[in-house]
Design a protein around this ligand. Sequence first.
Ligand code: EPZ
Length: 417
Amino acid sequence: MDKVVIYGGKKLKGSVRISGAKNSALPILFATLLTDDKCKIKNVPVLADIKTTVDFLNFIGKKTVRKENVVDCAVSSKLNHIAPYDLVRKMRASVLVMGPLLARLGKVDVSLPGGCSIGARPIDIHLDAFKKMGASIELKEGYIKIFSKDRLVGTDIEFRFASVGATENVLLASVLARGTTRIINAAKEPEIEDLANVLIKMGAKISGAGTKIITIEGVEKLSGFIHSVIPDRIEAATYMISALMTKGEILLTKTNPAHLQVIIDKLIEAGADIKVSGTTISVKYKKAIMPINIKTEIYPGFPTDVQAQWMALMCLAKGNSIVEETVFENRFLHVCELQRLGANLKIEGTKVYIRGVKEFSGAPVMVSDLRAGAALVLAGLCATGKTEISRIYHLDRGYETLEKKLKKLGANIKRIS
Ligand code: EPZ
């Protein structure tokens, strides 16, 4: 298994181009199942999860090819309605196959995705929504078998929690349903808006994406599209934090600053000098890292996907701070690894109490999940000595050419296969 070795202490300087958003590209790729026409998706990050999804679409019957950052889907014919375990277990986002196949075929069998390291990740909100739209659901031999005798029927669907995936799945199911669907308490993340913009390009009738209530008028048929994926706000936040932690100065290009307001505000409070101009954001270390508490929330609150990276930053703050996680029930797996690097942390329920220390000192550590891995890389970049990070396949799922981008910024990092 690959690992990376980092010799910390280098100030990161220079510019980094932010890639397309993984969490936008994935639902958009599944949306191609809603049409038999050709589709072209640009600014797609080269990541393991994208490869998994391309393989998945080909298995289902939508011939799909990726060349660098462009994915082309050919005209498709017959679609297969079964999503097998060996594909679903690799990537939880595979559950997004349910909406499109229910809409097109009236049936879909998806292997139960199982939990992952950050939590049980149930899909009850998704399944309740499909039932409300007229589908019946059966659990058999580890598969969720969803079936709707007739065309799905639009209706009001109120979410108990503003789930990102459930909002995407209901969007993907309702665009071809009969009548009007209203998602009440919908997720408002930018990735939801990006998906809705693609569906509208395909001929769907959607209003309110990005707000709490999304209204979808079902149509008969959807056509192909060409679309460029929005920038990855989580990747951008990660590099912004790296500038402060390494006492450097980084210019991020191809960003969408409007998606990063809470990160910009919090980093300025933490002592960063930040300048925004068009699609670029420059982040410069000034004189210290100030202790700033954060609590993760749904968008536009502080993103749970930046919680681990923020914790790594606060480990070096001049004082004590608190990080609270309210979205996932088990997203503190990076705490014990950061402690191995010298952090002073204490978990109490949904909170971690952080006492700032002078520096990290390098050590061998292990990645448990994608964003925990990012936190360990950040810590290694500014630790004294050598940090060896194993199980970095988690990182390959969410950060395009991570070592290359970091090396270009001056980091001493190399991958060992
Ligand atoms: C998406 O996951 C992202 N993944 C996650 O990013 C991100 O952390 C999450 O949204 C929250 O922003 C993709 O977009 C591919 P949720 P998703 O449904 O859709 C509970 C990364 O690092 N829940 O909003 O799975 C769930 O257990 C990944 O890129 C239910 O209880 O997130 C969790 O506690 C990690 N029942 C909370 O809601 C359901 O039916 C948030 O889940 C659905 C969700």
